[in-house]
Design a protein around this ligand. Structure first.
Ligand code: MN
Length: 320
């Protein structure tokens, strides 16, 4: 990895945009917020932060996150000197913001998804890293750039959330060592945990309870899944990001090998999140044009909820 190219590319650029993926999570937002601050404090430059979809309420504590723009608030024909995608496995995860990335003169890609095909002129992709935030932390440490307190908060949030509070397989000794260094730089672990895990809206907790009560089980309880309709969402006044955590709750069951959540988007579109304990669910997701990691993947299926469900079960049975 050519760390110098990170520095030189940012130094050369006058206008910079940073992209996070659609329906942003703690890693893509934390990494974007950290990169924004590094560009601001170390390189003395302003960058524009872009995302698609709603930023979950729990992440509003992240520094500068109120500056993030959605495509409807941006002139998508402008040409940036540099566009940087963070935590974006595939370009189409930028959705409506993609033209802005494509139009940029130079493109950078910072990620940790093994399915990332290496789009962009300068790529920093490490599948062994726990999250995109860890890749960025490695880059700045290599360049001897010291994160300030707020930057440490953003990077710590990326690591904390993508490792599921240091519980998932991507948690390694180096992950904890890096998290510890970020605490030394000023990140407050108890406070960040409280923001991320104990600040859930009531609608989210009730939607999760309702989903678990109505969960389905297949193949001797090895497969656990739920289907969430728009009606369910209305019933609890739930927002799209309120489905987060349900698929992990299903995996917690001791018999579960693979869990998935199907969410109705409209009558012909269904979103799917997959988790597993040992099977490679990124393979299942890629059948439907999605991707992700071995134990955590996702896809969008252009079928009605019921049909998508049957197709998903069919594919899962092939790998179990
Ligand atoms: Mn990530």
């Amino acid at each position: 990895m050519n760390f110098k190219s990170f520095k030189e590319t940012i130094e050369k650029a006058e206008t910079i945009a940073i992209f996070s993926h659609v329906n942003p999570d703690g890693d893509t937002l934390g990494t974007m917020s950290a990169l924004f601050q590094i560009i601001k404090n170390y390189f003395n430059k302003e960058a524009m932060m872009v995302t698609v979809g709603k930023i979950p309420d729990i992440y509003h504590f992240l520094p500068y996150i109120d500056k993030v723009k959605t495509p409807d608030k941006i002139d998508l024909t402008q040409v940036f000197d540099l566009a940087i995608a963070v935590d974006i496995a595939a370009k189409d995860r930028m959705n409506e913001a993609l033209p802005l990335y494509e139009n940029a003169k130079v493109k950078m890609n910072i990620d940790h998804h093994k399915t990332n095909n290496g789009y962009g002129d300068f790529t920093f992709i490490r599948a062994d890293a726990s999250c995109a935030g860890e890749v960025l932390f490695d880059i700045i440490e290599e360049l001897k750039i010291k994160p300030d307190k707020d930057t440490a908060v953003s990077l710590y949030t990326a690591i904390l959330t993508d490792t599921g509070c240091f519980r998932f397989e991507n948690t390694k000794a180096v992950t904890l060592q890096k998290a510890a260094r970020l605490i030394d730089y000023g990140a407050n672990p108890a406070l960040i945990s409280r923001y991320c895990y104990e600040s859930k809206p009531k609608a989210m907790v009730l939607l999760q309870a309702n989903s678990l009560i109505n969960a389905h089980f297949e193949m001797n309880n090895k497969v656990a899944y739920v289907c969430i309709t728009n009606k369910d969402m209305e019933k609890f006044s739930a927002q799209n990001d309120h489905t987060e955590g349900i698929v992990e709750a299903l995996r917690q069951i001791n018999t579960t090998e693979i869990s998935f959540v199907l969410k109705e988007i409209d009558e012909n579109t269904t979103k799917c999140s997959l988790r597993s304990k040992t099977a490679d669910v990124s393979k299942v997701a890629s059948v439907f044009g999605g991707g992700g990691h071995t134990f955590a993947a996702g896809c969008t299926i252009r079928k009605p909820l019921k049909v998508a469900c049957d197709k998903m079960l069919e594919e899962i049975k092939k790998i179990l």
